[in-house]
Design a protein around this ligand. Structure first.
Ligand code: GSH
Length: 224
């Protein structure tokens, strides 16, 4: 989406992202759920644009996504999700449940993906492990499978409904679905985990999730 429109909270948002970045998809999906307009800046990870001097002025640690508002830039998708939630309360749909224990569970699930899974299969981690594509593939598949198996166990001990916690999409789902997409890229069979794969399929039918999908982003065809 390319717009100079402001959000109801008066925010002019610029999102720096990469079409196939799972962390970027989390934020895009949140923006769509909240109905917030934003200006798009694609950052080509395959060309290492995230480490370019221009992008390092946006996010000094060289990761997407990053969001710019009021002339300031911030990275870390989960921090951005929390900020969007705080600054865009009802009537915008909530991304966290009201009940504190449900919130705790959402955050536990988010971190299972964002701390215990995604960083281990991130581009720079894989490259540090090996420059051999097959070795990278085996490494990523191992950590994604370990992470998703853990997520399934947490679901079994929690109270999933139509989505990861109850019947409303939360930040946990925003983390899960992009990770499932990565699992498929690395040939991990998500059917091994029936709860999370059913939730993932259900999410993919939602218009906001579809609109945030990698295939619908600028640069997707050019950079594939
Ligand atoms: N914890 C960060 C992770 C960000 C991250 O790992 N981004 C990846 C794309 S999903 C990236 O920019 N990788 C570039 C690299 O590894 O050089 C977040 O949640 O935003």
């Amino acid at each position: 989406m390319n717009t100079n429109q402001k959000t109801p909270a008066g925010q002019a948002l610029t999102l720096y992202h990469y079409w196939r970045s799972s962390s970027s998809w989390r934020v895009r999906w949140a923006l769509k759920i909240k109905g917030l307009p934003y200006h798009d800046v694609p950052v080509n990870l395959l060309a290492n644009a995230q480490k370019s001097p221009d992008f390092l002025k946006v996010n000094p640690i060289g990761f997407v996504p990053a969001i710019e508002t009021e002339g300031k830039c911030f990275g870390e998708s989960l921090a951005i999700l929390e900020w969007l939630e705080e600054t865009n309360p009802a009537p915008a749909p909530a991304l966290l449940p009201k009940d504190p224990l449900d919130r705790l569970q959402v955050r536990q699930l988010m971190l299972q993906i964002a701390c215990n899974t995604q960083p281990l299969q991130n581009l720079s981690t894989m490259r540090q492990h090996s420059l051999d594509k097959d070795t990278q593939q085996a490494w990523a598949a191992h950590w994604i499978a370990t992470g998703l198996a853990g997520y399934e166990k947490l679901l079994q001990h929690g109270k999933p409904g139509r989505f990861s916690v109850g019947d409303v999409v939360t930040m946990a789902d925003l983390c899960l679905v992009p990770q499932i997409y990565n699992a498929r890229r690395f040939n991990v069979d998500v059917a091994l985990w029936p709860l999370l794969s059913a939730i993932g399929e259900r999410c993919l039918t939602l218009p906001e999730c579809k609109a945030a999908h990698p295939d619908r982003q600028p640069g997707a065809q050019l950079l594939a």
